[in-house]
Design a binder for this molecule. Sequence first.
Ligand SMILES: [Zn+2]
Length: 675
Amino acid sequence: MRANPFFEEWQTPFAAPPFDRIAPEHFRPAYERALSDHAGEIAEIANAETAPTFENTILALEDSGRLLAKVELVFGNLAASHTNEKIQEIERDMAPILAKHWNEIHLNARLFKRIDTLMTAAPSLGLDNESRRVLERYHLDFVRAGAKLAGEKRARYAAIIEELASLGTTFGQNVLADEQAFVLPLKESELAGVPEFAREAAAETAKERGLSAPFAVTTSRSSVEPILQFADNRELREKIFKAWTARGDNANPHNNGALIAKMVKLRAERAKLLGYPTFADYKLADTMAKTPQTARALLDKVWAPAKKRAQEEAKALQDVITEEGGNFELAAWDWRYYTEKLRKARYDLDEEEIKPYFQLEKMIAAAFDTAHRLFGLDFSERKDIPLYHPDVRVWEVTRNGAHVGLFYGDYFARASKRGGAWMSSFRDQENFVRPVTPLIVNTCNFPKGEPALLSFDEARTLFHEFGHGLHGLLSQVRYPRLSGTNVAQDFVELPSQIFEHWLEEPQVLEKFAVHAETGKPIPKSLIEKLNAARNFNQGFATVEFLASAFVDLDYHALEDPGMLDVSAFQEASLARIGMPKEIVMRHASPHFLHVFTGDSYSAGYYSYMWSEVLDADGFEAFKEKKDAFDPATAKRLHDYVYSAGGTRDFAEAYRLFRGRDPSIEPLLEGRGLAA
Ligand SMILES: [Zn+2]
């Protein structure tokens, strides 16, 4: 076997992962050594004869597990964005081993005793704010991971965590298996109504999947949505819609139903062991919302006007069907198709006209330019850094000529990639042993094309993920535990969502939304039409989001769930809120990756809405200055949000940026739902 690259210092530029030398067979030995190194470091910290100090305990913990982090970040990214059978097998095998490893750390009584002693002595340790914060954070992490449990409870807790880790991994692999299994070859004649850009993408898909048919559609959102929007063939729309919404819910070995029931039950038991009535109470105790009641109250406030609006929208769509002489009731697979027609009729706006203005390349440039104007960043593409797939690109990020980090963009859909869009990293910023610069990744599932074109929503996704990317890139903290996106679950969408607002700025659009063929900038009249249509279909968008958020909270608000019948539970949960029958959840339970592949968004899908209160209110700060790039406001946003990581309380961070607490009105207005 070739030398294992994980056992060397990386000699690549900026010590970026040497993907040209990393192979699946390197991961098991790398994990093995990383786990054993880390266990050794932990034992040394825990068993030290000397009295605990901030340095010999907290800083030593922060400086431990270096190899493990290196292996995990590379492996985790590949498992999500360019996987194969070998990687999937390692992923399944490692999930319980890693969970066990962390359990042994969090449940190490000697180690916790040292942390607890420091916590009690904290006021007299003479720590600066950030050091005090990292100590508190460690203490809380350990308590929340069961450090105060003893005896049988401790053993049971460890077993639950390990089982949950395996179940979460299987959940994600099941969804991917269904996504890989479904590909629908299509003939030219079946694509009536589908515009050129979507045909090109469908042709690319057929090619990528090695089919002889000229076109094909998969269950990737960017593949499905154009068909639902444009295909005149109602049966085709129904077929694709059903395949898309059935991911993880098919009568095959990848069905996630029983797995969800098990996870919900185990999570409830886990919360009980820790002294919380429900998993949602446990999970939200460490967020801005603090309690499930507060989170739900926000959802409730938005639900009533959203549902009312969605019902008006449904009626308008039914009218179009009837006027056309259609003798059927509006169904979920009709919604986007008739919405597109109505949008054209009402606002003289059609996707085919808009789309050529949103070239992927130009939207990347727009995101970079916005980051430059707000925060002084510059981006230059590098060709000398190894990548894990030919479609991936990497840019060096600098500020005033000084290196800030690397930004990887992995934009196109492929069969080896999980659905959705996300930000992750190969290395996070820190600065306590020595300065470490971040390696940040954005992964999306956009369709290919010559040139690649985005819908307005996809361009918004690009800005969203780039906002998360900036949160990682701009991080200027000392400790890894507080770095970048290591913040409360309902604060983490603020940097991403507020960044979306700049995509709508006329000065950004005029410069970067240029026509793919003519090179002409988007006409003012078209921008005006886009603005006029901004809140069109917001009832639908808000309802499909909120439905997922309610169901997520409902699962985790159960004190004693037993083994749920998942589809009956979801149905009852939706019935309780009076879900309009023509709309489905944005993510139904069997493929709700946010909530069931791990814990980052479990009982936490609401947090997008929570963060939206902040981003809508926060962007008002720029509007009040009548300048979307107002330097003083941008500086506060940089200092207290983008660069601050988890160094202070998040409500306080927001107040420092905004000068006051957020108000919900801008969110309702932004969605066109204000009274
Ligand atoms: Zn996000």
